[in-house]
Design a protein around this ligand. Structure first.
Ligand SMILES: Cc1cc2nc3c(=O)[nH]c(=O)nc-3n(C[C@H](O)[C@H](O)[C@H](O)COP(=O)(O)OP(=O)(O)OC[C@H]3O[C@@H](n4cnc5c(N)ncnc54)[C@H](O)[C@@H]3O)c2cc1C
Length: 397
């Protein structure tokens, strides 16, 4: 295997354009967004118009065709500026467009993927229920056969973009007893379908720009064209989406770590105590060095995983068992280390800022609250370790 860790001129140009856009349009709104706890509808619309909600989707389906590497560039830059915007894009792209691209029929791609990639429609992904978190195959929202189609009844929780999404990729049980092996099916549920409503939206520690919504389904009737992939194969759909999500979460964490490191460097060189800038003290230098080490390692890990996913392509039918297993392990490794390194890095950044780091509204204080969720969502880090250990015990190193 050839190792080439350089970005192409097009990828560099894309990064430059994203960075300029985010600094101009998004950076100025994040403090107020965080304080008001509101979905940043205006900046989301601008990002949709720029094509940032379809970056890895092929051009034939309305996307930019920049692959997972391009998508991680976007998420890395977003992670530097704001975790809420990055979570909104990731819930839509990793968890919404991936299932459609990997498992959708041609007609489903035209109907749901193309408008989503063009930024005309927003997507969400809904797996979690009150009794089904880490045990994600234990969903109890019922999918009952109703003529040609299906009737969906149950309550989903913690859905990012749940309040705003036009369509939700939603997992329901066609056979509760079978669980993840044949008992879970993925459905495309459109907002406005009779019987569908948005329930409570959670107040959260961070990610204040995102909605985290309860979705209520009361005999929601959908036709057979709303079933994504085969009946009973919804768990595959969810896991394929999460493999992409976990690497993109790594990219967003990488961005967040770089921002925290840059802020810490600037602060440490300017803050004088005992007659010297605090950057002259070894205790501070070692924290900065640890940040730089983690950033360096994570950058290689994220883009290695993204390039591997691009090499495999989006069609699961073309992946061997070994390729699928290696991809899933690599995504779990990236997600787990990225989220823990981000938490540690931002915690140290806060420490370098002293009391100022604890003051509401400073970037490092917001980053501290925003970062913690990455150890929990898209599968907790305990579950990532379960995934890695199982594969290790099965396949070896
Ligand atoms: C802000 C936010 C956004 C979210 N967005 C979405 C979304 O868009 N779509 C969606 O479907 N879900 C979403 N979630 C849900 C999220 O993925 C779950 O919260 C997460 O998977 C954990 O599930 P749980 O909260 O039920 O915790 P539990 O599964 O109850 O876990 C509790 C603790 O037990 C540990 N644990 C459980 N089982 C094991 C085991 N076998 N071995 C070791 N430890 C174990 C866990 O690691 C954790 O520490 C979101 C959650 C939040 C808070």
């Amino acid at each position: 295997m050839a190792f080439d860790f350089s970005f192409s001129a097009d990828q560099d140009a894309f990064r430059g354009a994203v960075r300029a856009f985010l600094e101009r349009e998004v950076a100025p709104v994040v403090v107020a967004m965080d304080e008001d706890e509101t979905f940043p509808a205006a900046t989301v619309r601008k990002m949709q118009a720029e094509g940032y909600f379809g970056v890895p989707v092929p051009e034939e389906f309305g996307g930019s065709g920049l692959g997972k590497v391009g998508y991680c560039i976007l998420l890395e830059e977003l992670g530097k500026v704001d975790a809420s915007h990055s979570a909104i894009v990731a819930a839509h792209t990793s968890l919404g467009t991936t299932p459609l691209l990997s498992y959708g029929t041609e007609a489903q791609k035209r109907r749901w993927l193309t408008p989503a990639a063009k930024g005309e429609k927003l997507l969400a992904f809904s797996l979690t229920e009150a009794g089904s978190g880490s045990d994600s195959g234990a969903v109890h929202t019922l999918a009952e056969k109703d003529g040609d189609g299906w009737s969906l009844t149950g309550t989903k929780i913690y859905v990012t973009n749940g309040k705003e999404a036009d369509t939700i990729v939603l997992l329901a049980a066609n056979d509760v007893k079978k669980g993840p092996s044949g008992g879970v099916t993925a459905f495309l549920v459109d907002r406005g379908t009779p019987g569908f409503s948005v329930g409570r939206c959670e107040k959260k520690m961070g990610l204040h720009g995102t909605s985290t919504a309860e979705l209520i389904l009361d005999h929601v009737n959908v036709g057979p064209e709303h079933v994504l992939h085969e009946v009973g194969k919804g768990f595959h759909v969810a896991m394929t989406a999460l493999d992409v999500g976990r690497v993109s979460l790594g990219a967003a964490s990488l961005g967040g770590m770089q921002a925290a490191c840059a802020q810490s460097l600037a602060f440490a060189q300017n803050r004088t105590q005992f007659g010297l800038p605090i950057s002259e003290y070894e205790a501070i230098q070692f924290k900065l060095a640890d940040m730089a080490m983690r950033i360096h390692a994570l950058r290689l890990m994220v883009y290695h995983a993204a390039a591997n996913q691009d090499r495999l392509g989006p069609d699961p039918a073309r992946w061997s068992r070994l390729e699928r297993a290696a991809k899933t392990r690599e995504a779990a490794v990236v997600k787990c280390l990225a989220s823990e390194w981000a938490s540690e890095t931002i915690d140290e950044a806060l420490q370098i800022h002293g009391g100022l780091g604890y003051i509401r509204g400073t970037p490092v204080e917001r980053a501290y609250r925003d970062a913690r969720i990455s150890e929990i969502f898209e599968g907790t880090n305990e579950i990532q370790r379960v995934v890695i250990a199982r594969d290790l015990l099965g396949r070896g190193l």
